[in-house]
Design a protein around this ligand. Structure first.
Ligand SMILES: Cc1cc2nc3c(=O)[nH]c(=O)nc-3n(C[C@H](O)[C@H](O)[C@H](O)COP(=O)(O)OP(=O)(O)OC[C@H]3O[C@@H](n4cnc5c(N)ncnc54)[C@H](O)[C@@H]3O)c2cc1C
Length: 409
């Protein structure tokens, strides 16, 4: 069969959590978009659970709402009303309440629900061509456009290629963009638990020397667990028999007689994710832009990875839609440089602060425990500082693109 050769305005390699949201935002602005992803369509919209849940900030909710995906997601999104941060079982903690900011901090959503919601919105949106199961295997940059080759031998021509192909982005390497990887020597054990008492929208982050243990409230009497251990210990815990695994979880959640969650039981599969920091040196190359984890992969300690990716989406979509309105080249260097300048500070500061937070809390250095608890107590008694942290985590500070601005403001 003759390989298909086609053209499109924007080619997105990677229809994951970030790539599909970007496709929707661009198509809504009138651009013709082609999304290529090796995952078959049925698998993208299937309810198979990959274990992960995401804390979706209010800023990201505005983006997902704007692109028409949030209404498909919201029935299974649990609002976060309270957040408690503490160190092991020791005294001293910070308690954030959404009463102080007037709206939930964000929502906890299983990743497969996000994927399905995006896919449903994609099917409703004109102007998007899905090429799956397909993979972009390479591309060449030519005057005025790139020509990408797919694994079926066909080619696609576009003025701009957006690499949304995740943390291990092969296209980032092909574009000659160097990246830095630091292994944390930590692995996140991820699973879902059922509990005998309701969580009332409470999220917990408890710091242990090996890493944070987080409980993220899900719809119903369930919570997502992100339990960080050293690589070696994680391998041991993840293989424990059911009773022993539940006992370890209960030890971290607290005594069933006094804990908020009561008795806990793990349900479904356990997953493990080795944790690494990845930051691309540049987010652009001639006629190529990186978004999402292809540009920055951060520690999940603050649940901000995909939220950073959604901010890439809002910024790049705004710039490209304006560029098209003016009838200018969608792959112009000036546009790409503008995108990189706008996103650099946010992504660098989030990468650095999550890295620092992890180093500060995940250690047994003498004196550090006292310092940490003093710090937590101080923040607890500084309402302005607390409010600043809350607005930051909600993704509502900084130079916000239109899509993220409060409509009422
Ligand atoms: C344990 C853990 C917990 C986390 N918790 C949170 C949280 O609470 N909140 C939060 O904001 N973030 C969280 N994150 C981060 C979040 O999961 C990632 O930031 C997010 O998945 C990145 O989405 P993405 O679309 O950039 O990449 P991916 O989801 O990796 O998608 C990449 C897509 O590209 C496709 N692809 C790959 N190669 C090609 C190719 N050559 N051509 C075409 N397509 C290709 C793949 O099939 C895939 O669909 C967590 C991460 C971990 C590890």
């Amino acid at each position: 069969m003759q390989p298909i050769s086609d053209t499109t305005e924007i080619l997105i390699a990677g229809g994951g959590l970030v790539g599909n949201a970007l496709a929707l935002a661009l198509a809504q602005g009138g651009l013709a978009v082609t999304v290529v992803d090796p995952l078959p369509r049925e698998q993208q919209s299937a309810t198979a659970f990959d274990g992960r849940t995401s804390a979706i900030s209010q800023g990201s909710v505005r983006i997902l709402d704007h692109v028409g995906a949030w209404r498909h997601i919201v029935p299974e999104a649990q609002p976060i009303h309270d957040i408690r941060v503490c160190e092991e079982e020791k005294s001293g903690f910070v308690h954030y309440s959404d009463r102080d900011v007037g709206e939930p901090f964000g929502y906890i959503v299983p990743n497969h629900i996000l994927r399905r919601g995006l896919y449903q919105a994609l099917q409703e949106m004109p102007g998007i061509t899905l090429r799956s199961p397909n993979k972009v295997t390479g591309f060449v940059t030519e005057p005025g456009h790139i020509t990408a080759t797919l694994d079926d031998g066909s080619t696609l021509r576009a003025p701009l290629l957006i690499a949304a192909d995740g943390r291990f982005s092969g296209l980032r390497d092909q574009a000659g963009i160097p990246h830095r990887v630091i292994s944390y020597g930590q692995t996140a054990i991820v699973c879902v638990i059922e509990h005998t008492l309701p969580h009332h929208g409470l999220a917990l982050e408890k710091f242990y020397p090996a890493g944070p243990f987080a409980l993220l409230p899900l719809v119903g009497q369930r919570s997502g667990v992100v339990w960080t251990e050293t690589d070696a210990d994680a391998a041991h815990y993840v293989d424990l028999p059911e009773d022993a695994f539940n006992a370890e979880l209960q030890r971290r959640v607290g005594d069933p007689a006094t804990s908020v969650w009561g008795q806990v039981t793990a349900i479904g599969k356990r997953f493990s994710y080795p944790l690494k920091l990845m930051h691309a040196e540049r987010f652009i190359a001639p006629r190529v832009a990186l978004v999402g984890d292809a540009a920055h992969g951060i520690h999940p300690i603050a649940g901000q990875g995909v939220n950073l990716g959604y901010r890439d989406v809002a910024v790049l979509a705004e710039l490209l839609i304006d560029q098209r309105r003016l009838g200018l080249d969608l792959g112009a260097t000036a546009l790409l440089e503008h995108y990189q300048r706008w996103r650099r500070f946010d992504s660098m500061s989030m990468t650095a602060s999550t890295d620092l937070l992890n180093r500060l809390f995940s250690n047994r250095l003498p004196g550090m425990s006292l310092l940490r608890r003093t710090g937590l107590r101080m923040v607890e008694h500084m309402p302005r500082t607390k409010k600043f942290f809350m607005r930051h985590a909600m993704g509502l500070v900084g130079d916000l693109p239109h899509m993220m601005r409060d409509k009422a403001a």
